[in-house]
Design a protein around this ligand. Sequence first.
Ligand code: 3PG
Length: 425
Amino acid sequence: MFKLGDFDYRDRTVFLRLDLNSPVKNGKIISDARFRAALPTIIYLLEHGAKVVIGTHQSKPYKEDYITTEQHAEILSRLLGQEIEYVEDVFGKYGRERIGALKPGEAIILENLRFSAEEVKYKPLEECEKTFFVRKLSPLIDYVVNDAFAAAHRSQPSLVGFARLKPMIMGFLMEREVRALTKAYNTGERPRVYVLGGAKVDDSLRVAENVLRNGRADLILTGGLVGHVFTLAKGFHLGDANIEFMERKGLLEFIDWAEEILNEFYPNVRTPVDFAVDYRGTRVEVDLLSEEKWLFDNHLILDIGSRTVEKYREVLMKAKIIVANGPMGVFEREEFALGTVGVFRAIGESPAFSIVGGGHSIASIYQHGITGISHVSTGGGAMLSFFAGEKLPVLEAFRISYERFRNKLGGKTWKNRENWNRSPK
Ligand code: 3PG
């Protein structure tokens, strides 16, 4: 696959697809983690004289955190110490004019790509190629650099649509992510422990099934709503309030599937032994087998308990490989962050090669100053898809682009070729 160093970018226009989709509170972006992760690629392109057109999505239509990229431009400008112009357009005349006006070493950021209807659908590469987004921008672009690992499981025009039209190159972050995840997945070291939390229950079940069935994991520790589903599948009752909550979220339907996994791999899947509930606004811990478990009937479980954290910690300290995705509870509320922070901290202290991901939940790693994790992945769903053994459309697109353009080269490197494929401006 093409790497950044394979090409000469001086005076070339590069479409740089990033994933700067970030958590938003009261209309403001509250974490710059994904911005920082993208900096090495942006700096490399600017320093090598590229004209950089940055594109990102932010959330999805009608959601509260679906905002313009104006703040993204401000954050990038601050981190880079250079103005990154916010262009209030995706591929219209104004946007194309701003791209055409770029000078070497300058960058702009297009409007939230999902403001364009084409970008909201998942379509095969061939369909993405036909979109107006790709057709309108293609003539203006020399290269595509894709550093949006967190969106690598999405087949959308900006992510895969240019692959057969332009060389599509891996950014530094993409390379780092793929290398770390591949290492954890293909390792021969043991024990390999997976920690699955958060609310993406179906994705996590796919991971559990894949890594256990294909001999990629030795033990799975569960928390968050994934933990709830496995706990129920083991036959424990979590109280009426929690059952109603899970029914509303459509999660009860996953219990049978979790049971099937347990039938095959029961000792390899650990579930919490205690939970913390919200008892009139405070954290109260309840043992799963204690007299107090009636509290589950009226109070929502918002975290795993301290005893579970201790048990998980013992396992994690002995692991050789750790892959963790998703929080153990509602970490956004300080009193219910104990489980997530306790487990992430144990992962950081473990001598294992460790990867932690989970989209927005990785913000809590930085907030709580947790160090020692080998690789903090920017990917949530993308990371889960990878460990579920699925083909990621963006990684497939890199391969297709490489095959297409490598052959045209006849063995020469792009760097040495002058003016290839200069598009009429
Ligand atoms: C993520 O945060 O998981 C990525 O940005 C992908 O976002 P999406 O699930 O809205 O496609």
